[in-house]
Design a protein around this ligand. Sequence first.
Ligand code: MRU
Length: 333
Amino acid sequence: MNDLRSIWFESDQLHFIDQTQIPFNTKIISTGSYERIAQAIERLEIRGAPLIGVAAAYAIFLGLRQTQADENQSFEYIYNRLLRTRPTAVNLLHALELMKKVYEKAADPALLLQELKAAAEKFHLDDINSCDNIAQNGLQIFNGKSNVLTHCNTGSFAASGGGTALNVIKNAFRNGLVGDVYVDETRPLLQGARLNAFELDNAGIPFKIITDSMAATVLSRGNIDFVITGADRIARNGDTANKIGTLGLAVLCKYYNIPFYIAAPETTIDRAISTGEDIIIEERSPKEMFNINDIKITLPDYKFFNPSFDISPGNLIKAIITDKKVYYFPYSF
Ligand code: MRU
């Protein structure tokens, strides 16, 4: 069902599109180094909760392969290096824990690398299938042709398959269920204006980009049927961490009585935490705010606050669409 691949694994190398260059250049980076993958995650060359998980699973295999070749780092070192890259999306932890189990269970050291590689490949395949299932389950929220608004990038750049929220939109479009699509630009790194726009354009889906501050005006006009976004971590009560700006949309939807939906793999639900208060919100460099493509838009000496995610309370979310089913509020995962 997918139209674009942002990551693949071939000849024991991870190949990925450098997302910082989209939509201007489609530059492919190929590496066999776990450290290079860790850096790619930190720089958002690889980003989006499910995609980070897939990249990290391969990075563990590659890291262990490097270690067996030149005996430099322990499993724990590689695991912790990757875990430190980004704290909010649970998919990273999930991938690392899964690989850790394979590492700890391996009975024959001669087979360890083979088993790690097979586990990463299975994790990758599961993610692709999960994207397809989210897209299918997402059809349930449509009540005829709908106008939608979305935030951040949640398509093929955010997962190894077709994505989550944007995949719901893409699949619904193929089924004749999508009218207008409004794309929040998603400051500061413009995942909407750059990545969603690129994907929608590629898929032949008409869309309009708005600045994040225009969402209130668009929603107030009464012709948006629903807002749908992805998630980086979902607590047991449905509180959802997602790209900064999502909370504003959830509150606006409540005010204007517009359904607000989340689409995410079942694995984004973190059953270890009861509410969003337990979610660590990543704070990123102020440079992302004062610099756009190396052009300063204000003085770097000013003070900045750059939280990368926010938390929408579960009671503002009408339903959470996963690869297994559509959960409706109230949530008790
Ligand atoms: O900082 P990013 O670009 O990695 O943030 C991504 C998001 O917040 C996405 O909405 C989320 O990961 C879901 S992706 C399917």
